[in-house]
Write a protein that binds this ligand. Sequence first.
Ligand code: MG
Length: 376
Amino acid sequence: MKTRRKFIKDCGMIAGGAGFTYLSSGYPEIQNFKRSGEGIKLRFRPYELNLQHVFTLASSSRSTTPAMLTEIEYENVIGYGEASMPPYLGESIETVNSFLKLVDLSQFDNPFLMEDILTYVDHLAPGNYAAKASVDIALHDLVGKLMNQPWYRILGLNPEHTPNTSFTIGIDKPDVVREKVKEAKPYKILKVKLGQGNDREMIQSVRNGTDKPICVDVNQGWTDRNMALDTINWLKEQGVIFVEQPMSKKAVDDISWLTQNSPLPIIADEAVQVTADIMKVHGIYSGINIKLMKCGGMRAAYTMIRLARALDMKVMIGCMTETSCAVTAAAQLSPLVDWADLDGNLLISNDVYEGIKIVDGKIILPDLPGIGIRKS
Ligand code: MG
């Protein structure tokens, strides 16, 4: 009792009379919370995502994606996270495993100090963005659950403002493309992969099945800017609304010229990974595609959205092939963006979570705390 009286007296001295009532009722509880002494626990296990279709991009083809599922536990509450490692980003089960072994969260006993915890994680090693995202997402999920609020609400975002999500159609033969167009019936925008020499055939195959708006992703596949502009002019007539990464991220002059002359917005994907890259692509591209696995998680993605908006750039939020965990985490930020490409969970056959739903093509955020998922 004596200690408590002294504590209240100290608080009163620091905070002054006006703060006394608040501090005497609220602050000791937070002190107890901080002093639980249990620390924060991180667990992780590898998981192979099976793709429903062999996935063909301008540069590669594959039927599985390696992933790492993470859990962060504090006082019997568990937050879920995930790293997904498509091979072209350079991370693997081995690199994510090595990175996560470096992460010692037991030194922290207050999960609400997200800035301290995530700065510590960020500084453990350069790169490793998918590994970092797996910690960032799990910590967001944990903290949201401890607050009993979903992240869109913590960030003050309107869940009615989620965009329609696109559904991705990989490069394939016309009959396969037509089947995928049928599969994409619930979606209002289609994202069509181009860049392997059969661009017009791909678009015509899609157009034979639907007149929905299309966005295209060339994945750096075009090499000649005049050919690229001709194709973009033709794509506009076909009802295409924007073009993602038309040429190599290194072809800065060509892309700058293309953006100036293109009737459609040109969006950077491979050319922009983290916040600092936005300054490099500003003035070169019309907008950016943000992905949690590229930038290190929700905190970095939120910063990127804010910076791009301040620079008057278009913003798209996308994903890799992922479970509903990372996809739903990204969807929490989607009320802030122009376009969403959050279909990664629908491209796999062995999801382990339930999260966002797509109703009439629009993202519906779950009414669940944290990032909004439950185990399925
Ligand atoms: Mg892309």
